[in-house]
Design a binder for this molecule. Structure first.
Ligand SMILES: Cc1ncc(COP(=O)(O)O)c(C=O)c1O
Length: 397
């Protein structure tokens, strides 16, 4: 069947594929523990659900303005001011069906064929897929566990050129959980400001799941970068609202306008009910979010302790999000039965087939040594999963 060039350029999402493999095995009756998806295992807080119910009852069920309801865009501006000391006006905000669409909107609005997209690796899988969809040229900057998977200003300086149109990174980061400090972001900003054509997508969707003592810092807080940075955030992670599909950006006006124009031909405004619930959530105290954050922190510490007992795994201490990204390269060259481990995905397939634990190989995040374990699962499942992983790894020789 003939498909578009655009579609042929887009890779399937590895995380979604692995989640499906785990589901298939489960359907065959296998006791699979899936640690693949980037989704909080908590339910959306009741007060947010109630706001949605009120919106339905009030007849808030019609098309909304393409960039989002004014009520939500105002709530987002207030959030940016309250949490990030950022001054955006409602016309600089565009609400989309998830931050994934937000990022795609920006990329599709500014990229032309051959433009370079800088991706500090490991990166979130969809950055690569979206860059490919835009026919842009991906330039990966490899980082490693010894540097906490963070790009240094020197590495950035060596990779950025006049052809660089986009730099995309997340902090806290999916898949590594690393988080850039204010000082690190200031050093990065010094490099970026030399390239005014380079737009930066600062993906802060894990902002509220941060374990650092330091307050979250947004790259857009640096005045010199005001016209270059788009701050991306969303409801999925911090409010356990993945299914509601609300993401948003605070952007220089011309980018916000471009994205709204584009979105007007795709999805139009996001779901009216989800927008009403999101406005309520952003205006309300963050108590439920902080309870989830504390629980993630407890699990992170537990995972580090349990995984730390496995000799072959190299770990860093993630400062946010809900992932552990161990370096598993010590197992490369080892075998068990028909399984021969040469790369992370070989180990992922081994752990799935042998231990019934699903994880995701680092390759899809632009990393050749690690795999991603999501700890957005119950403590009991996590303990059992690590027990099985340990047992399976001990059989490799
Ligand atoms: C770093 C990062 N950015 C953006 C997203 C997109 O989130 P959503 O489209 O649910 O808002 C995700 C989801 O996994 C993510 O991990």
């Amino acid at each position: 069947m003939e498909l578009s060039d655009l579609l042929n350029r887009v890779p399937a999402s590895a995380t979604i594929e692995m989640a499906q493999k785990a589901r298939d095995l489960k359907a065959q009756g296998k006791d699979v523990i899936s640690l693949t998806l980037g989704e909080p295992d908590f339910d959306t807080p009741d007060h947010i659900k109630e706001a949605a119910i009120r919106a339905i009852q009030a007849g808030d069920t019609k098309y909304t303005p393409v960039p989002g309801t004014l009520a939500l865009r105002k709530a987002i501006c207030d959030k940016f001011k309250r949490d990030n000391d950022l001054d955006y006006t409602p016309d600089q905000i565009v609400v989309s069906c998830g931050a994934k669409q937000t990022i795609a909107n920006i990329a599709l609005s500014v990229l032309n064929k051959g433009d370079e997209v800088l991706l500090p690796a490991p990166y979130w899988v969809s950055y690569a897929g979206i860059a490919d969809m835009c026919n842009a040229t991906r330039v990966e900057i490899k980082t490693n566990i010894a540097h906490d998977f963070k790009v240094t200003p020197e590495e950035l300086d060596a990779a950025i050129t006049d052809k660089t149109r986009l730099l995309i990174f997340s902090s806290p980061c999916n898949p590594t959980g690393s988080r850039y400090s204010k000082a690190e972001l200031e050093a990065i900003a010094k490099v970026v400001e030399k390239y005014p054509r380079c737009i930066v997508i600062s993906d802060e969707i894990y902002e509220y799941i941060s374990f650092s003592e330091e307050k979250h810092f947004s790259l857009a807080q640096i005045p010199a970068l005001k016209n270059q940075v788009v701050t991306v955030n969303g409801m999925s992670k911090g409010f356990a609202m993945t299914g509601w599909r609300i993401g948003y950006m605070g952007a220089p006006l011309w980018i916000a306008k471009a994205c709204a124009k584009l979105q007007g031909q795709f999805t139009s405004g996001a779901c009216s009910i989800a927008q009403a619930a999101s406005a309520h959530a952003l205006n309300a105290p963050l108590d439920a979010t902080m309870v989830m954050r504390d629980e993630f922190l407890k699990r992170r510490d537990m995972m580090l302790e349990l995984l730390g007992e496995i000799d072959g795994l190299k770990l860093n201490v993630p400062e946010g999000a809900f992932y552990i990204f161990p370096d598993v390269s010590a197992y490369f060259g080892k075998s068990f039965g028909d399984y021969h481990i040469q790369k992370p995905t070989d180990l992922v397939m081994y752990l799935l087939g042998e231990a019934y634990v699903a994880t995701v190989g680092g390759e899809s995040f632009g990393d050749d040594n690690c795999l991603r374990i999501s700890y957005a699962a119950s403590e009991e499942s996590l303990r059992e999963a690590v027990k099985r992983i340990k047992q399976a790894l001990s059989k490799l020789t």
